[in-house]
Ligand binder design. Structure first.
Ligand code: SF4
Length: 306
């Protein structure tokens, strides 16, 4: 499946992993060769849980910056490496701790629910974190009379508000990659594959979500494809998911809803950089202990809900 040179580097990564007592956690949007050397491949919720429970001394996080920060907050005694330090998330960058403090001042007493795609500082200013897999449950855990500020993804917030019937004060952030998927892309994909079910991520815009047969986190999409009796699916999330879909449901036909669904930040992590990170134990992610303490409380509230 991989060329000889790539396979050699992958073998070396596996050897280094053992030597350094390291675990590699990879997001589903990572490159196939990076997913293949990982000990765990999943969405943000699964990755957070794995980071919280690992016995390894070193966590190599193949993902973007906020994910590695969450791993460090959940496992402060471990060395957490982010192979490409420039791998950020434009959605997480739409909000700062200061801008959130301003919003909180406008709505005193509101509960702040923050999507995991956010910096440690923003998490520290939040009451509870959510992922796309548990956002509905998190909102439902909040007493109905409480006002809720939902940050930073307005599309996920809109989806959750509709699902729960709750009125949410939405932050105006969005994921550039999922936002690129348009209703016309879905209509075209459906015209090409009339028997396929449309499964999309809730980071997609509401007009796209409205055309979908199912709305799930990345792990939720994979589980749906594996368990559904149907055998054709149009997939509305980042292209990296196709690797696991091919592995887990090899007999089913999955079509990416648009070629535009590629997150450049997720693709910054290469197998060469993973190898270098293991060799040098750099770049390490650090989080200010005071910020980490507050962010941990918000993350643990989420993990307690599921
Ligand atoms: Fe951020 Fe979107 Fe890329 Fe995920 S896919 S890292 S939310 S920009």
């Amino acid at each position: 499946m991989f060329d000889e040179k790539t396979q050699k580097i992958m073998d070396e990564v596996v050897r280094l992993k053992k030597e350094k007592n390291a675990i590699i956690l990879a997001h589903l949007y990572q490159r196939p060769e990076v997913q293949e050397v990982a000990d765990y491949v999943g969405d943000s919720l699964g990755l957070a849980r794995t980071a919280a429970n690992t016995d390894a001394e070193v966590i190599v996080f193949a993902g973007v910056h906020f994910m590695a920060e969450s791993a460090k907050i959940l496992s402060p005694d471990k060395i957490v490496l982010l192979p490409e330090i420039e791998a950020g998330c434009p959605l997480a960058d739409t909000i700062t701790a200061e801008s959130l403090r301003k919003k909180k001042a406008e709505h005193p007493g509101a509960i702040v629910v923050t999507y995991v795609n956010s910096s440690a500082e923003v998490k520290a200013e939040s009451d509870i974190i959510c992922t796309s897999a548990n956002a509905v449950k998190v909102i439902e855990s909040i007493p109905p009379e409480r006002e809720i500020i939902f940050t930073p993804d307005r599309n996920l917030g809109d989806y959750v508000a509709k699902k729960t019937g709750r009125k949410l004060i939405l932050w105006d952030g969005y994921c550039n990659t999922h936002q690129r998927l348009t209703p016309d892309d879905i209509r075209q994909a459906k015209a090409e594959h009339p028997n396929a079910k449309v499964l999309v991520h809730p980071e997609c815009r509401p007009e796209v979500v409205a055309l979908a047969d199912g709305v799930f986190s990345t792990t939720g999409i994979i589980n749906y494809v594996v368990n559904d009796p149907g055998d054709e699916f149009i997939i509305g999330t980042e292209a990296g998911i196709m690797h696991q879909l091919t592995k887990k449901a090899p007999h089913k036909k999955c079509y990416l809803a648009s070629k535009k669904l590629i997150c450049p930040n997720m693709k910054l992590t290469t197998i060469e950089k993973v190898k270098l990170a293991l060799e040098t134990l750099e770049p390490q992610i650090e989080v200010d202990p005071e910020i980490a303490k507050k962010a941990l409380q918000a993350l643990e509230r989420m993990l307690a809900i599921g």
